[in-house]
Write a new protein. Structure first.
Length: 297
């Protein structure tokens, strides 16, 4: 636990996409920020998920709020070898944009999904993703002030999650409109690194380093696990420290030199990661991995 409160936690707000993102990527500040907001609750592929998340948030070991928006199921839709940033977030490949098609592909490997019953919806993932961009902007604008320090997902989406990038892009636009300080943390994977490199054309200002509050993170993770809506690995080990910096701007593709700040790099074992996420059947990321496995079959 931090014994002193850094200045950038005054008038502070943490905004994340999915319940458990706040503890996975912001474990050093989660207890200390003034306000915590998660955006998404229900997910079309798992009707029970929203209620499980709501129950976990009611028992959360600090005040936390939910915007109650539905997930789009965007995970795995972008071309991460050649990511294209858009006003709404990140561009999709377009090969699995139909929710009905996504449902069909998940069912191709239904033997790996004990107890999971995927459901379809009447809109495409791309349409839902677009709607969420506008819904996030409308919901967040009245909550933001110029004197705030706002923390959110980094612009490469930590491990490369399309929802996370959308959240950053929405807050980046609102920052230009309102003028608050926008901060990001330092997690990344090899998958998201090609996009991360674009954001460091010039040397960033000195980042703020804080120790992760591991006992508090354990308590949060246990709350999600108790309600069956923990979407990450059960054996995940918290990093010792996290670094925060002001949100950078992307560099041109032909920039001659780029500077990365200290990053908490991790690797996802796709096979093992897929197995436990699919068995849980509780997140958009799980469905995205199911699609990826179906395509490889």
């Amino acid at each position: 636990m931090n014994t002193s409160r850094p200045p950038f936690l005054r008038n502070s707000l943490l905004v994340v996409c999915h319940p458990d993102d706040e503890v996975l990527w912001f474990g050093s500040i989660l207890r200390d920020v003034d306000r915590v907001i998660v955006a998404f609750q229900d997910f079309w592929a798992q009707p029970a998920l929203g209620a499980a998340r709501a129950a976990a948030l009611r028992e959360f070991p600090r005040p936390i709020e939910s915007l109650g928006l539905p997930e789009s199921g965007s995970y795995g839709q972008a071309d991460w070898a050649n990511p294209v940033i858009t006003e709404l977030g990140i561009g999709f490949r377009g090969t699995t944009s139909s929710l009905r098609e996504l449902k069909r592909r998940v069912r191709q490997i239904s033997g790996m999904l004990p107890g999971v019953t995927p459901r379809a919806a009447d809109a495409s993932v791309a349409d839902r993703y677009r709607e969420n961009a506008f819904a996030l902007e409308a919901a967040l604008r009245p909550l933001l002030r110029a004197d705030m320090n706002v923390f959110t997902h980094n612009p490469w989406g930590e491990y490369g999650h399309e929802d996370h990038i959308q959240m950053f892009r929405v807050l980046e636009r609102l920052q230009g409109e309102i003028g608050f300080a926008l901060w990001i943390s330092n997690y990344g994977t090899e998958r998201s690194l090609p996009l991360a490199r674009r954001y460091f054309q010039t040397k960033p200002e000195k980042p703020v380093r804080l120790s992760v509050d591991k006992p508090f993170c354990d308590a949060v993770a246990a709350t999600y696990q108790r309600h069956g809506c923990w979407t990450w690995a059960d054996d995940w080990q918290w990093f010792d420290d996290e670094y925060f910096m002001r949100a950078p701007r992307p560099a041109p593709r032909d920039a001659p030199q780029r500077h990365l700040f200290a990053m908490n790099m991790f690797t996802i074992n796709e096979e093992a990661h897929s197995r436990w996420m699919l068995a849980a059947g509780l997140s958009a990321a799980g469905v995205g991995l199911a699609v990826a496995m179906a395509e490889m079959a």
